[in-house]
Design a protein around this ligand. Sequence first.
Ligand SMILES: C[S@@+](CC[C@H](N)C(=O)[O-])C[C@H]1O[C@@H](n2cnc3c(N)ncnc32)[C@H](O)[C@@H]1O
Length: 179
Amino acid sequence: MRTLLAAAALIIALPAAAQTQTRQQPDVIYVPTPHEVVDDMLRLANVKKGDVLYDLGSGDGRIAIAAAKKFGIRAVGIDIDPERIREATENAKKAGVTSLVTFKQEDLFKADFKDATVITLYLLPDLNVKLRPRLWEELKPGTRIVSHQFDMGTWKPEKRLESSGRVVYFWTVPEKKKK
Ligand SMILES: C[S@@+](CC[C@H](N)C(=O)[O-])C[C@H]1O[C@@H](n2cnc3c(N)ncnc32)[C@H](O)[C@@H]1O
């Protein structure tokens, strides 16, 4: 009887344990960028008609949604947290921009963002630095990158803007070095 009970407990516990293992934890917690800083990020990135914006770690979707609403551009938000994706999708519906904005539940370190012309970030300094090689190698030269609050280590920003007590940094992806 005891063996039977133990086996039953295992059968119940195993799927839950497997789920916990496969669900990747966020590398940084969710903290939204204030709306006025979002506006300054889009301004600093010189967002214009025809751009394609990716927000890597998109939270409630406010940056992608603001870009679509204000500039009529296509925007993609990537977030690892399914709750954030649900919230962002709901917010895009409320803002009436579902034809322009897509939210994908993915790890930003594995996601495909090659077609971006603008990248927005609000992560952490070490995550920016970890992401940097992919930004350089995979994005088209001239792609603009803005980061709320955190820089990119030795990759010095071209512009720096103070916004509501925060800092926003700006870079453009350089031409590829000839091999
Ligand atoms: C500081 S919040 C920024 C949210 C939004 N970009 C903004 O500025 O309002 C960081 C977001 O990154 C997400 N995140 C953390 N690690 C991630 C990963 N490896 N892949 C995708 N998203 C991730 C978190 O779930 C969170 O929503």
